[in-house]
Design a protein around this ligand. Structure first.
Ligand SMILES: Cc1cc2nc3c(=O)[nH]c(=O)nc-3n(C[C@H](O)[C@H](O)[C@H](O)COP(=O)(O)OP(=O)(O)OC[C@H]3O[C@@H](n4cnc5c(N)ncnc54)[C@H](O)[C@@H]3O)c2cc1C
Length: 356
């Protein structure tokens, strides 16, 4: 291998940027190719902001219990490592906030449901506390996951992209006509008249990763699970100090410095069910909101293996870092670190094998 290998990354979302971060730290030269006009404008743009290893269990997993457990333990282990790396990166970028109340809450409809869920989490080795508080949980029964965190993922993408640029990464935006081509040595990337050759190419294209790999004859199993997000100006009333997840609707309420966000849901066609649900859960807050400042929807890149795909493919110089589903913010830094170690140090981790 060259002293300073050149690595091409497709996609500048949380995962592509984090991969670039760790490759650069290890001495590689990095070019990011992004079809949108800036970093973090895909699924990473408006998520629920939670860095929550506690939620590492796969959603809607279609395999055996044994496979679900293997996927969970791998994801949880990576999420815990990722959380610590992410905390350091947030500090270095000036984005880390020490919270009065750390962690995240998950709301349940009854005490019995909360206790039942708590037992399941406990069997997975995840500690939680049952709470019911007028301010923190809006009077609902909840599990409190003290070891989770939260932070603004899009702000992180913007700050990390600036930092990467200063450290020497090359960014090519609006590259929506980039095409991968396969040859005997691996793949190259054609953009306009230019052919990019690199020692390695990494696909970090989130929900589009499967489509890109399909053009090379690889069949990566990824579902695109739509979620919604609505921002409102932050109302000047007493608000919960940490994000609230709703167990029933896979959605959350998150309070940022200047806005409040409702985000999530699965299998819905509009934002209506999301807002309806939060009118039920938080009527006093919802009633006082001004018109929404932004409405967005994005696709979670959901791996059918129940854990991300991180590693080499059958094509010699082609790597994949994708399929992070509902856990991509949580797993971003750890996934970038892991793939950098695989490419540059020859590390192997079959728990995240790319199945095509
Ligand atoms: C509503 C919602 C709430 C969520 N909440 C949380 C949460 O609280 N905590 C958590 O951990 N995770 C959460 N997630 C999941 C997390 O946001 C995603 O897993 C993560 O953003 C995926 O990052 P990514 O980099 O893989 O994908 P993306 O952010 O989509 O990045 C991929 C990039 O590749 C680019 N691209 C695609 N195709 C091409 C191409 N051909 N050429 C060039 N560029 C290309 C895209 O433009 C995009 O910028 C949530 C997701 C949703 C939808």
């Amino acid at each position: 291998m060259n002293a300073s290998p050149h690595i091409l990354i497709i996609g500048a979302g949380l995962i592509g940027l984090s991969t670039a971060d760790h490759l650069l730290r290890r001495g590689a030269a990095v070019t990011l190719i992004e079809m949108r006009s800036g970093p973090g404008k895909g699924t990473s743009y408006s998520n629920s902001a939670m860095i929550h290893p506690s939620q590492a269990r796969p959603w809607f997993f279609n395999g055996t219990q044994l496979q679900a457990n293997a996927a969970f333990y791998a994801t949880y282990d990576l999420a815990e490592k990722s959380k610590h790396i992410l905390e350091d990166r947030l500090k270095a970028l000036g984005l880390f906030k020490k919270r009065d109340i750390p962690g995240c809450y998950k709301l349940y409809s009854t005490m019995e449901a909360a206790r039942h869920a708590q037992e399941k989490y406990s069997n997975d080795g995840i500690m939680s506390r049952v709470v019911m508080d007028v301010k923190a949980t809006l009077g609902h029964v909840a599990l409190y996951f003290e070891n989770d965190m939260w932070g603004n993922a899009y702000k992180y993408c913007e700050a990390l992209a600036r930092d990467l640029y200063v450290r020497g990464a090359t960014f090519i935006y609006d590259a929506n006509m980039a095409r991968m081509r396969r040859n005997d040595e691996g793949v190259t990337l054609a953009l306009d008249e230019h052919i990019f050759k690199a020692d390695h190419v990494v696909v970090c294209a989130g929900p589009q990763s499967g489509d890109i790999l399909a053009t090379l004859g690889l069949n990566l199993f990824i579902d695109k699970l739509r979620g919604f997000s609505v921002n409102f100006e932050r109302p000047s009333i007493d608000l919960p100090p940490a994000p609230l997840m709703d167990a029933r609707s896979h959605s959350a309420m998150t309070i940022f410095d200047d806005h409040i966000r409702f985000s999530g849901t699965v299998g819905e066609e509009s934002v209506r069910p999301l807002l309806k649900r939060w009118y039920e859960l938080a009527p006093d807050i919802m009633a006082g909101l001004k018109p929404a400042t932004e409405i967005w929807s994005g696709l979670r890149p959901m791996s059918k293996a129940g854990r991300p795909y991180i590693g080499p493919t059958d094509i010699p110089n082609l790597w994949v870092n994708t399929g992070h589903g509902h856990m991509g913010w949580t797993l971003s830094a750890g996934s970038g670190d892991l793939l950098a170690r695989m490419i540059l140090d020859g590390e192997v981790d079959e728990r995240f094998a790319v199945v095509t």
